[in-house]
Ligand binder design. Structure first.
Ligand code: AMP
Length: 398
C-alpha cells in the first residue's frame, strides 16, 4: 500500500486527490483557489467532511504548503514522507509524449517548449511541479499528458491542409485534449460490448470544454479538438471548428483587435454566445424550459455539431459499437443527451430508453439505449484523477 497524489495545477489553483494505491481508495481531495490573492480559498474533503478556509495565498509554493499542512492537521497523513509518488496533469505534450513520464530536466525542457501551444496551462504545470519538488524533494513525480492518448492518430487524421512546411517547422497539427478522460472511458466502456471484436467507440466528453474521440480497441483513431481546445465541437463558450474567414471578416467589420476577438472565440462564443445567457449549460437548460428562443437555438446548434462529428466518426470507424456520454453535461443532462441522439437516430438506428436516460445522472453509470438500438449508448462518469494516480503508482512504485 502506498499513498499517491494526483494533482492538477492551474495558473491560480492547485487541485489534489490523495489515494491509497493500488486499492484506489480516495483518502482526501481538495483545491487551493485564488493563488496570488489575499483571499485565497482552501477546501479539503475527507471522510465525507468538508472544510473551507479563506487565507492569503501568495504563490504556488505557499499553496502546496497549505495542502500539506491541511492533510497533516486532519490526520490524513502524519508526515509528508508518507506520500510516495505524485502525478501531474499536463495539458499539452505535443508530439513528444505518447505516454506518462517521470519529470526530469528533459521533461521540463519539452513542457516549456510547448508553452506557446498552451500558454496558461503548461506554464502553470511547470510552476506546480517546481513547487511540489521543493516541498517534497525526494518524492518521484510524473507528468500525465492530455494529448498522449491521441498520439496514435494517423497523419491523415492529425494534419491540417496548410503548406506542409508549416506543419513540420512549427509543429502545427491536431493534438487533441481530454486524452486521459477518453482513455479511461474507452477502458470502462469495453464491458458493455463484450461481443465486439473491434471495440469501436465514439466517446463524447461533454463538459464546459468538450471533445469527441473515435477509438478502436482502446486506441484513439480521431479526435475533435485541434491544435488547441478551441477546435472541434461547439462548447459552452468556445466556437469549435469554423471557417477561418469568420475570424478574418470579424476583424475587418468590428474593428476589434486580434487578441480581443480571439478571447471572444474562446470565452464569449458557443452556447453562451448564441444564447446570450450564461457560460453554464444549466442556465441555458432552464431558459429552454421557459421557451427562450435563442437558448433553444443554441442547444439545437450544439447538438447538431456533435451529431456531425458522430456521423463523421461512424464512417471513420466503419461502424460503431458504443457511444459514451461523459463529463458535466454528458453525465448530468438527459435533455442534452436526447438532443444529440435525436439528430442521429434515423441514420444510425440508435434509440434510447427515456426512463434510463432520465435516471442515469449525478455519478450513475449505465446503458441508456434500448435493447434493439443498433449502437449501444452508455453514460459513464469520467475519472481523470484515478488514471493519473494509476500511472504514478505504476511508473514510480511497481
Ligand atoms: P465539466 O467541465 O465536466 O466540469 O462540466 C461543466 C459543465 O457541466 C457546466 O456547463 C455545467 O453547467 C454542466 N453541468 C453540470 N451539471 C449539470 C446538469 N445537472 N445539467 C446540465 N448541465 C450540467
Amino acid at each position: 500500500m502506498a499513498k499517491v497524489m494526483a494533482v492538477n495545477c492551474g495558473s491560480s489553483s492547485v487541485k489534489f486527490k490523495l489515494y491509497e494505491m493500488p486499492e484506489e481508495k480516495v483518502l482526501c481531495s481538495g483545491i487551493v483557489e485564488r493563488i496570488g490573492h489575499d483571499d485565497g480559498i482552501f477546501t479539503i474533503k475527507y471522510n465525507r467532511e468538508k472544510d473551507t478556509k479563506t487565507l492569503p495565498v501568495p504563490d504556488h509554493g505557499y499553496a502546496v504548503d497549505i495542502v500539506a499542512q491541511g492533510m497533516i492537521e486532519k490526520g490524513i497523513i502524519n508526515h509528508l514522507d508518507e506520500i510516495k509518488a505524485i502525478g501531474h496533469r499536463v495539458v499539452q505534450g505535443g508530439s513528444y509524449f505518447s505516454h506518462s513520464v517521470l519529470w526530469n530536466e528533459d521533461t521540463v525542457k519539452k513542457v516549456e517548449s510547448l508553452i506557446p501551444l498552451a500558454p496558461l496551462h503548461n506554464k502553470a504545470h511547470l510552476t506546480g511541479y517546481e513547487a511540489f519538488k521543493k516541498a517534497l524533494p525526494k518524492v518521484p513525480q510524473i507528468a500525465v499528458f492530455d494529448t498522449a492518448f491521441h498520439q496514435t492518430m494517423d497523419a491523415e487524421d492529425y494534419l491540417y491542409p496548410i503548406p506542409y512546411e508549416y506543419s513540420e517547422k512549427y509543429h502545427i497539427r491536431r493534438y487533441g485534449a481530454h486524452g486521459t478522460s477518453h482513455k479511461y472511458l474507452s477502458e470502462v466502456g469495453e464491458k458493455y460490448i463484450p461481443e465486439s471484436k473491434d471495440k469501436r467507440m465514439i466517446i463524447c466528453h461533454l463538459g464546459s470544454g468538450a471533445s469527441i474521440t473515435a477509438t478502436r480497441n482502446g486506441k484513439c483513431v480521431a479526435t475533435s479538438m485541434g491544435l488547441t481546445p478551441l477546435g472541434g465541437i461547439m462548447m459552452n463558450t468556445r466556437t469549435g471548428d469554423m471557417d477561418p474567414s469568420v475570424f478574418y471578416q470579424l476583424l475587418a467589420v468590428t474593428g476589434k483587435d486580434y487578441e480581443t476577438l480571439f478571447q471572444e472565440m474562446n470565452k464569449k462564443s458557443g452556447l453562451y454566445g448564441v444564447s446570450g445567457i450564461s457560460n453554464d449549460s444549466r442556465d441555458i437548460e432552464e431558459a429552454c424550459k421557459h421557451g427562450h428562443k435563442r437558448a433553444l437555438l443554441a442547444v439545437k446548434l450544439w447538438a447538431r455539431r456533435i451529431a456531425d462529428f458522430i456521423g463523421q466518426y461512424y464512417v471513420r470507424l466503419g461502424g460503431c459499437d458504443l457511444i459514451i456520454f461523459s463529463a458535466g453535461i454528458g453525465e448530468n443532462s438527459p435533455s442534452d443527451r436526447k438532443a444529440v441522439i435525436d439528430n442521429i437516430s434515423e441514420a444510425l438506428n440508435v434509440t434510447i430508453d427515456e426512463k434510463a436516460n432520465q435516471e442515469t445522472i449525478r455519478g450513475k453509470e449505465g446503458l441508456i439505449s434500448t435493447p434493439n438500438s443498433k449502437i449501444k449508448v452508455a453514460v459513464i462518469p469520467t475519472d481523470e484523477e484515478v488514471m493519473i494516480a494509476r500511472d504514478a503508482f505504476n511508473i514510480c512504485l511497481k
